[in-house]
Design a protein around this ligand. Structure first.
Ligand SMILES: C[S@@+](CC[C@H](N)C(=O)[O-])C[C@H]1O[C@@H](n2cnc3c(N)ncnc32)[C@H](O)[C@@H]1O
Length: 275
């Protein structure tokens, strides 16, 4: 897990207290304390400090793994939160069984947090099925494919950085994270909005091509974070080429699209610049 990814997940679990959390694909103590101490620092230690019961679940038997099991075969019990970080790309099918297991192992108002590489070199543990999640669309299509069991309520991705030197070549990598709830707790906003928000980026880029006056600002707009509140309000943060981050909230993706265009054109009436 990248350090920035651990910090983003830290934000996703901020304020969680007295819950039972299953950490699937936790790896062992050496990995999460020594090799990648940011996992301990930003995720595990804060959860334990806040009186949560953290259960580490992994396929391999090792120190620091509480339950040895295969997520595609069986997950016993039910949990308030399931963390499933950088494991999906190491799973052997059948995926339908995995998604069903995750669904059944989550309490009705539980939260599933999944992270995975957006772009990353092949790394076997024990296999690499080459699944990558470069954007929110990819996550939405995963869930749609497997019967829409989960609804995404938050999406974020890390900044791009150079791959660790052990891979022997220079590749820019990043991670992608979704926070989900069981789809039976359907919120007012449909999946379509998520698509539209993604579509928004394409649209803005198209406009950039046509409208020369916007060219300097619009060159590389990136989706930084997307969140769907329980009341159905969609919040989106975008980063412009000049590293300015802009954010907005709306209950309608098409309205949001109009607002954001306005903000980029007039530099800022409706949206605040973030620190
Ligand atoms: C790359 S590590 C991820 C460690 C940590 N969660 C992180 O985000 O950095 C992937 C872990 O998933 C475990 N794993 C792979 N397939 C699994 C399965 N079917 N069920 C449970 N764990 C699995 C591997 O043993 C390994 O420890």
């Amino acid at each position: 897990m990248l350090e920035e990814e651990a910090k983003l997940i830290h934000r996703c679990i901020a304020g969680v207290k007295n819950k039972t959390i299953l950490n699937i694909g936790s790896s062992d103590e050496k990995f999460y304390k020594k090799d990648q101490p940011h996992i301990w620092k930003y995720i595990m230690e804060p959860l334990i400090r806040n009186n949560n019961k953290l259960i580490n679940f992994d396929k391999k038997k090792a120190k620091g793994v509480d339950v040895i099991g295969d997520a595609t075969t069986m997950i016993r019990g039910t949990y308030d939160i399931i963390l499933f970080c950088n494991c999906i790309e190491h799973i052997k099918s059948p995926f339908i069984k995995l998604i069903n297991n995750l669904y059944n192992a989550l309490n009705d108002d539980g939260v599933l947090i999944i992270s995975a590489p957006g772009v990353y070199p092949i790394h076997k543990d024990p296999i690499d099925n080459e699944m990558r999640f470069p954007n929110i669309k990819r996550w939405v299509s995963l869930f749609e494919f497997y019967e829409d069991k989960f609804k995404i309520i938050e999406y974020c991705q890390t900044k791009e950085m150079e791959a660790p030197v052990r891979y022997g070549f220079r590749e820019m990598v990043y991670s992608s994270i979704v926070k989900c709830v069981k789809n039976k707790k359907l919120l007012t906003t449909s999946h379509q909005q998520l698509f539209e928000t993604d579509y928004l980026l394409l649209k803005l880029k198209e406009i950039e091509k046509k409208d020369k006056s916007d060219q300097n600002v619009l060159k590389s707009i990136k989706l930084v974070r997307l969140k769907l509140d329980v009341d159905g309000i969609l919040s989106v943060k975008l980063m412009l080429k000049n590293k300015t981050k802009i954010k907005g909230r709306t209950d309608s993706a098409s309205l949001f699209y109009k607002k954001i265009l306005g903000v980029i054109r007039q530099s800022g009436a409706l949206f605040k610049e973030m620190k």
